[in-house]
Design a protein around this ligand. Structure first.
Ligand SMILES: Cc1cc2nc3c(=O)[nH]c(=O)nc-3n(C[C@H](O)[C@H](O)[C@H](O)COP(=O)(O)OP(=O)(O)OC[C@H]3O[C@@H](n4cnc5c(N)ncnc54)[C@H](O)[C@@H]3O)c2cc1C
Length: 384
């Protein structure tokens, strides 16, 4: 076993850390307070490799290993979960999905724009009545000549209001249940598509775009199907498998940011004539945060390493996603308390970490569902 980073791994990590510090960190607080998605930064992420990192250079990517990609998303997650979320949706849910399940024509038409950031992508699976129970989605694909017409509503779609291309899941044969599902590519300006911002203000990820998408007879042709009609459920899960590892990495980043802020603060804040870091209850919190960070970083990197080595990492991804997201909420919660009243204001970064961390527990499979996946895998099917 080798727990060290290679020279190339360390170079990716250092480059992304420098990029995030220069281009994302200065704007993170304002973007969160204003609740504004700034699309002008997307090509910058592309130039830095943050939209095509793990995608094959033949398709416009950087060819980073999954370990390198996880290291990169840890750095983004430490600075701004909205941008880490953007990279996860664009690259994992959409880019890696198209690379794996798409046709040569789809790959060459779409991936260069996706990896460079010239085009924005969204992944539209969730519906008002179909969240965790993905197979129950109600968006239909009704046969129309050599293609289909899409009818239905998606909500909570990251980038949904701004995307140039949307990966949409619908059912072409509702009687067949999940075996009737298909994945379609829809242009953001397609006739019959209406996009609206989500109602209300989000708890976190406020610098992201989240939209409701209404499909009223949107026409798709045979060249717009990804992974075959009937294959949509596997395509959806394939995208989520990549995305969940990215979310785990983002959660590790949140923990690092929370711990770093707390170490700075507890070294300098003084009460009762001593720095607060010298009180054992405070030390207990710092030690717990450190142990959870170390263990979930290793879980995440192990799942990425398994992917790089062609091993089945299905359970490892759910373990990493669940454990890292729980630890991120715990770390950010402790960070707010350790900062006292200052932790309760946007003048310090820790309250944003807590609000963002809650989102990571929900999307791409909730904390409940990850545990169900893990336990089912451990138990196996009953033999009768
Ligand atoms: C910030 C953010 C960004 C998002 N971006 C996207 C996106 O880009 N694309 C997209 O398609 N979706 C996106 N989503 C939606 C997200 O994937 C869903 O919210 C998530 O899958 C949960 O679905 P739901 O909200 O309908 O909750 P529900 O499925 O209704 O779940 C409600 C509660 O019931 C629990 N539950 C449900 N079923 C079970 C079960 N069998 N056993 C135990 N507990 C269960 C859940 O764990 C949860 O606690 C986003 C959500 C957020 C918050």
């Amino acid at each position: 076993m080798d727990f060290g980073l290679s020279e190339q791994d360390a170079a990716v990590q250092a480059a992304v850390r420098a990029f995030a510090a220069e281009h994302l960190a200065p704007a993170a607080r304002r973007a969160d307070e204003e609740g504004a998605f700034d699309g002008t930064r997307v090509p910058l992420l592309g130039e830095a490799g943050l939209l095509g990192g793990p995608i094959d250079p033949a398709h416009g990517g950087r060819g980073w290993t999954h370990v390198q990609w996880a290291l990169a998303l840890m750095e983004l997650g430490a600075v701004d979960s909205s941008w880490r979320g953007f990279a996860t949706v664009q690259t994992c849910l959409c880019g890696m999905l198209i690379e794996r399940f798409g046709t040569d024509a789809q790959r060459s038409a779409l991936l260069p724009g996706l990896t460079s950031g010239r085009a924005i992508f969204a992944y539209a699976l969730t519906e008002p009545e179909a969240g965790t129970d993905v197979a129950s989605l109600r968006t239909t694909a009704t046969a129309d000549g050599d293609g289909w017409q899409l009818h239905g509503t998606k909500h909570w779609i990251t980038n949904g209001g701004v995307a140039d291309h949307i990966v949409v899941f619908a059912n072409a044969d509702p009687d067949a249940g999940k075996n009737g599902m298909a994945c379609f590519l829809v242009a953001g300006d397609a006739a019959g598509l209406k996009r609206e911002p989500m109602e209300g203000q989000e708890l976190g990820h406020r610098a992201s775009d989240h939209a409701t998408l209404k499909f009223d007879g949107v026409r798709v042709g045979p060249d717009d199907v990804v992974g075959g009609v009937g294959g949509g459920f596997d395509v959806a899960m394939g995208g989520l498998g990549e995305g969940r590892l990215g979310v785990a990495a983002g959660a590790v980043g949140i923990q690092q940011a929370a711990l770093d802020a707390c170490l700075d603060w507890t070294r300098t804040r003084r009460q009762f004539g001593r720095r607060i870091g010298d009180f054992q209850l405070v030390q207990s919190d710092l030690a717990e945060m450190h142990a959870a960070l170390e263990s979930t970083r290793l879980l995440t990197l192990k799942a990425a390493w398994q992917r790089d080595h062609g091993e089945d990492n299905h359970r490892a991804v759910s373990v990493a996603k669940w454990a890292a997201c729980e630890a991120a909420v715990m770390a950010a919660d402790k960070a707010v308390l350790l900062h006292g009243a200052r932790g309760y204001t946007s003048a310090y970064p820790v309250e944003r970490l807590l609000r963002d961390a809650k989102g990571l527990q929900i999307y791409e499979g909730t904390a409940h569902i990850q545990r169900i996946i893990i336990a089912r895998d451990l138990l196996g099917k009953e033999s009768r």
